[in-house]
Write a new protein. Structure first.
Length: 187
């Protein structure tokens, strides 16, 4: 009986990670009311196995100015509004942006969720989503990419509250501009 329940729980966790990763990239209208002081923990890193726009002879370069959330914390089931601002530090316009999100489920609060996570490999706990945008950002200007999504409260009776590591990779005109890691907590 326990083995029969294991398969739906693994599916549940896979769906959770997919929802978390994909949700960051759903386009929404620009939200001027975002409070920049309320953000989950952010870390900047440049070593993610991606080529960056700041090295080499490329005329395309840029950096993430901010990733702003509409409030400091969220409950599973909440709608999250997020805005990514980036600056074109290169000498040519950035006309095509790509945002790659890697969401890794570190820990779930529920006992059943934690048991399911123990049986999963790192790859199974990670989901990657890519979205493209066409925002024209001239050299020296700041561009904005906005997203809004609703998190799931639970799947098949298992709460999705827990800790997630989200890696955001910003590309402009095919060149990696910056990589940023965020710690996201759903209560």
């Amino acid at each position: 009986m326990a083995h029969g329940r294991r398969k739906p729980i693994l599916f549940l966790v896979a769906v959770l990670v997919s929802i978390t990763a994909g949700a960051f990239l759903v386009m929404s209208p620009h939200d001027e009311g975002v409070d920049n002081s309320k953000n989950p923990t952010q870390k900047t890193t440049s070593d993610m196995g991606e080529s960056t726009g700041s090295s080499g002879s490329s005329d395309v370069s840029g950096r993430i100015v901010s990733i702003d959330f509409d409030k400091p914390g969220y409950n599973a089931g909440d709608t999250i509004n997020v805005e990514l601002k980036f600056k074109n530090t290169g000498v040519v316009p950035i006309t095509q942006e790509e945002v790659i999100i890697r969401a890794y489920c570190e820990r779930l609060d529920s006992t059943l969720g934690r048991l399911a996570l123990r049986t999963m490999t790192e790859d199974q706990r990670t989901s990657t989503t890519r979205r493209t945008y066409s925002v024209n950002v001239n050299p020296g200007e700041i561009g904005t990419l906005a997203a809004s999504f609703r998190t799931e409260r639970e799947i098949e009776g298992v709460s999705l509250a827990g800790d997630y590591e989200v890696t955001v990779i910003l590309k402009g005109n095919g060149i990696t501009l910056e990589v940023r890691k965020l710690e996201l907590r759903l209560n």
